[in-house]
Design a protein around this ligand. Structure first.
Ligand code: S3P
Length: 174
């Protein structure tokens, strides 16, 4: 069990592992504020993620994402549940910032589950085009190393949002 009362809870991990859904529910149950860094980026840019990628490219998005993560330090430690975008841990500065004052929880899912869930919502520029399964496999391999910095990991395959949240709550003392 990890004492989490003075730590933000940060949910990280690949696209479509349920970070936002679990984060919202966890925040609600623990009476914390919920912040989704993708939504912060969209609000700041006044554009959807897909439009940001199309109009300005991925590196511009990564800059805005790092700014959103840096901005989390304005909130008192222990007041937040945060869902990050799937690529947030690629940058060292983000990993460092997120690990400061936070417990970092990696959500995972089987590649076929990611494929199924991602197919339901066409909002992810990095998975667009042909052979999404191959893209998922390649990106998962590429990111494995970055994701390994998390404090713990929870497999969401075949689980409901509530089950995932209860699992997180079972590992933390609030
Ligand atoms: C990305 C994941 C997305 C979003 C952007 C890039 C990634 O967030 O930040 O499309 O690089 O994995 P979700 O993980 O919430 O889909």
């Amino acid at each position: 069990m990890i004492e989490a009362d003075k730590l933000n809870v940060v949910l990280a991990g690949f696209m479509a592992t349920g970070k936002t859904a679990a984060g919202k529910k966890l925040a609600c149950r623990q009476e914390r504020c919920f912040i989704d860094t993708d939504r912060v980026v969209e609000e700041t840019a006044g554009l959807k993620i897909r439009q940001i990628f199309e109009q300005y490219g991925e590196s511009y998005f990564r800059e805005r994402e790092s700014e959103a993560i840096a901005g989390l330090s304005r909130y008192p430690a222990g007041s937040l549940v945060v869902a990050t975008g799937g690529g947030a841990l690629i940058r060292e500065e983000n990993r460092r910032r997120l690990k400061n004052n936070s417990i970092l929880i990696l959500l995972t899912a089987a590649p076929r589950t990611i494929l199924y869930r991602a197919g339901k919502k066409k909002i992810r520029p990095l998975l667009e085009g042909r052979d999404t399964a191959a893209k998922i496999k390649a990106l998962l391999e590429e990111r494995e190393h970055y994701y390994s910095c998390c404090d713990m990991s929870i497999d969401t395959t075949g689980k409901t949002v509530l089950q995932v949240v209860r699992e997180i709550e079972g590992k933390l003392v609030f």
